[in-house]
Design a protein around this ligand. Sequence first.
Ligand SMILES: Nc1ncnc2c1ncn2[C@@H]1O[C@H](COP(=O)(O)OP(=O)(O)OP(=O)(O)O)[C@@H](O)[C@H]1O
Ligand SMILES: [Mg+2]
Length: 270
Amino acid sequence: MSDQNVQTLEQKLDALQLENEQLRNQLMQSQKMSSVGALAASITHEFNNILTTTINYAKMGLRHNDEATREKAFNKILNAGQRAAKITTGMLSYARNHNEQKEATDLVQLVEEVLVLVEKDLQIHRVNLETRFEGRPFASLNANQVQQVLLNLIVNARQAMDGGGRMVIGVLANQDSNTAEISVRDSGSGIPADQLQKIFQPFFTTKKADARGQGGTGLGLSMCREVIEAHQGRIRVESQVGEGTTFTLRFPLAVVQGDAASNLRMHLAS
Ligand SMILES: Nc1ncnc2c1ncn2[C@@H]1O[C@H](COP(=O)(O)OP(=O)(O)OP(=O)(O)O)[C@@H](O)[C@H]1O
Ligand SMILES: [Mg+2]
């Protein structure tokens, strides 16, 4: 093959690699939007409740002249507004963030930010949510990507609990192995052994299209695994048919310096 041919082939390869990278990024973004889509109905529902609260307390404040009633009405309106702001801020930062950087991240805070988005959805589907936080571990993460992983796991868990159930989300630091873990446990259908090998494969899904033609794409877990491995982390699944499923994410604990290190020790000790 002539030098010129080799050069042309190399250029084509570079162009294909670039295109591949761009398609991957687009896929990540649309996967992210589809998990937000899964929550859209419950978030709209919650906004409706917030507006009802605001309107009713505003009417009450206008009707009553006494200071105590007015103060109560203002406080209720303020709380409702703050709750709405928390949800929109969470949504916007989740949907917009394209930051590729990894930084020392407080895992409990990361989980809490995702829970603001899913709480109502779980309540509507009669899922009882419990959190178990042991210590305050930090790991070096791209927080937005890991939130996307967590959201996928939570939506999957909720979808596995038709008719409701119980979800336990845990965060813990394992000092012996120098790792931090986030776990999502559900009391749902469980996964049969023959499917367990396949669930991380792209396009593997058991979810049938609903009336609107929307079923699973089967990309959620494959994207989760890709993100976690890019963090030198691990994703593990344990499941028992009829009992439920636990997904566990494990990351190396962050090495932080100076003030952050003493903060970290303090958090771990707490
Ligand atoms: N918590 C769980 N309980 C039971 N089965 C699960 C659970 N999580 C995943 N699965 C199984 O793994 C399959 C693949 O999950 P994945 O998130 O990759 O795709 P999906 O949820 O089907 O589609 P999408 O994520 O695009 O909505 C699911 O179809 C389901 O069969
Ligand atoms: Mg999924």
